[in-house]
Design a protein around this ligand. Structure first.
Ligand code: KG4
Ligand code: ZN
Length: 338
């Protein structure tokens, strides 16, 4: 049997990542984050592209070294074509094209959102692969979608956000509360220590399977302004309860839509992906859904939830098996659709 080595590169947002995969198994998974954005409370695109340009070669070298693979052994190079920040995508795209050209091996373009879903097909002990068809909810700082996955490359978006992504709801709420960026992990940590029913925020009314999170952010802002006017120490005295209540509301919104999607499609296999799937509350809510609604749920290994190149590698491997390669004329696409 043939050994297929894929080198994968991910640079769609603020993480420069590279991974080496052998026949569907991860040999290395390297991510260089960019702390520079913390000071700005969000990703600054111009700074992100510069940092990618600085990091890309060392990150790729690390990935090859940790995998103990020489670049001459590689079968193909996979890269994130989109969606994402154009300046960031250009760095990974151009690098992957040049390297594939230099090594005279195939180039494989990957859709970042498909990759968040197909991360479930990485060969990992103790993790089951979902059977087709299944529902995938991708929840990150840039996206919130419910996707009906009919096969590896036949996917239908059946619901998505009409404004902010769910990760933004966490991050913008955190900003209002004076937490650092990204605020999702800290809200999660504090939520565990607070009362989720302490404060009530109304859920947005959005038709069908679509989501909206911008109203929630405004509701939280007005609530905090009103309460701090009456008591200037309101935030610090109630921070854990506020975080728990915000997280409870957000998870309620996500689970309501998943319930509806499962009912409409009759599909009970449910997977999540993207940075917000690291959230302990959503993980618990999915587990509860197994007993309550008869779901079978799939949550990726922690390191494959936030942006990484291992998920790009698995798509690269699956496409390699299908003989689906990109031309050297391929260009990055910041709004690439599933
Ligand atoms: O997938 P990701 O790393 O990058 C994007 O493609 O956006 O997701 C980042 C998002 C951020 O909004 C961050 O606050 C959120 O994921 N996040 C969390 C948690 N860990 C990361 N949100 C809630 N709870 C967490 N534990
Ligand atoms: Zn992502």
């Amino acid at each position: 049997t043939q050994n297929i080595y894929i080198l994968a590169i991910e640079s769609s947002c603020d993480d420069t990542a590279a991974s080496v995969m052998l026949n569907g198994k991860i040999l290395s998974n390297v991510v260089a984050g960019q702390s520079i954005h913390e000071a700005y409370g969000g990703v600054v695109p111009e700074l992100a592209s510069r940092a990618h340009q600085q990091n890309i070669v060392p990150v790729v070298q690390q990935a090859l070294k940790r995998a103990n693979v020489d670049k001459k052994q590689l079968s193909a190079i996979a890269f994130t074509r989109g969606p994402g920040l154009m300046g960031s995508l250009l760095v990974g795209t151009s690098f992957a094209k040049s390297m594939a050209y230099g090594l005279n091996i195939p180039l494989i373009d990957v859709n970042h959102m498909q990759a968040h879903i197909l991360a479930h097909f990485i060969d990992e002990d103790g993790f089951n692969k979902p059977p087709f068809p299944f529902l995938a909810m991708t929840i990150s700082g840039g996206h919130t979608q419910i996707v009906k996955v009919n096969s590896h490359f036949d996917m239908e978006v059946i619901g998505e956000t009409i404004d902010d992504a769910v990760g933004e709801a966490f991050d913008k709420s955190g900003k209002i509360l004076g937490l650092g960026y990204p605020a999702g992990p800290e809200i999660d940590k504090r939520a565990k220590l607070g009362n989720p029913k302490a404060f009530k925020f109304t859920k947005p009314k959005v038709e069908g399977l679509n989501f909206s999170f911008s109203g929630l952010k405004t509701a939280i802002l007005y609530f905090i302004q009103k309460e701090t006017k009456a008591n200037p120490n309101f935030i610090e005295e109630n921070l854990n309860d506020i975080c728990a209540s915000i997280q409870y509301t957000i998870i309620g919104i996500l689970i309501d839509k998943l319930k509806l999607a499962s009912k409409q499609t009759g599909i009970k296999h449910i997977a999540i992906g993207g940075g917000v799937s690291a959230n302990s509350g959503i993980r618990q809510a999915l587990k509860d859904g197994e007993g309550k609604f008869g779901w079978t749920t799939y949550v990726p290994k922690f390191e494959f939830t936030t942006d990484n190149a291992a998920m790009i590698a698995i798509v690269g491997y699956l496409k390699f098996l299908e003989g689906e390669f990109a031309q050297q004329s391929v260009t990055a696409s910041s709004r690439l659709k599933i």
